[in-house]
Design a protein around this ligand. Sequence first.
Ligand code: FMN
Length: 178
Amino acid sequence: MQLDDIRNLYLHRQSCRSFDGREVPEETVRAICETALLAPSACNAQPWKLVAVLHEKRAAVAACLQGLGMNKFASDAGALVAVCEGKSNLTAKLGGRMKGTDFTANDLGILTAHLVLAADAAGVASCILGWRNEEQLRALLGLGDKTRIPVVVALGYPKTEDIRPKQRKPLSETFTIL
Ligand SMILES: Cc1cc2nc3c(=O)[nH]c(=O)nc-3n(C[C@H](O)[C@H](O)[C@H](O)COP(=O)(O)O)c2cc1C
């Protein structure tokens, strides 16, 4: 594996907002999630849980991701994967407390990145969805009152294979070497 291979994967992965409605097979969703769950986390606490929603339950979950014209395309996603907070471990909790930082949000973000990249490598398009009704999602997914669900990842097959050029800030603004 060369850096160029990774770079090409990163350039190929893009937020898909036009899915063709085909369902992503369960074994593909499982393989993507299993791969993503190899992601690193603070103290290896793995404070997460992925809840994949397939079949007819997709519609109700998609509705939790929509409103004010946002994320209409979620209704055509072939699977929806909720990135949920899960159990942490004592070392991470103590370490976080001593350093005044809870790394859970960070860990869930890293997991999400692994998920969308694994999906792309598996030939599945994705879009990270942060516009959500967390309370409704929790109820629908049968999760506890306080369980955070920072994002849901829509997976599916794109209507077009066109890859958009990346819009990113100039490197001079986002990178420096001291
Ligand atoms: C935490 C997070 C939340 C996001 N929420 C949404 C969303 O609700 N709806 C949407 O269409 N895109 C959403 N996006 C996608 C971003 O708009 C997208 O990643 C960004 O514009 C860069 O484009 P690219 O993913 O195609 O490279 C979200 C991305 C992240 C990381």
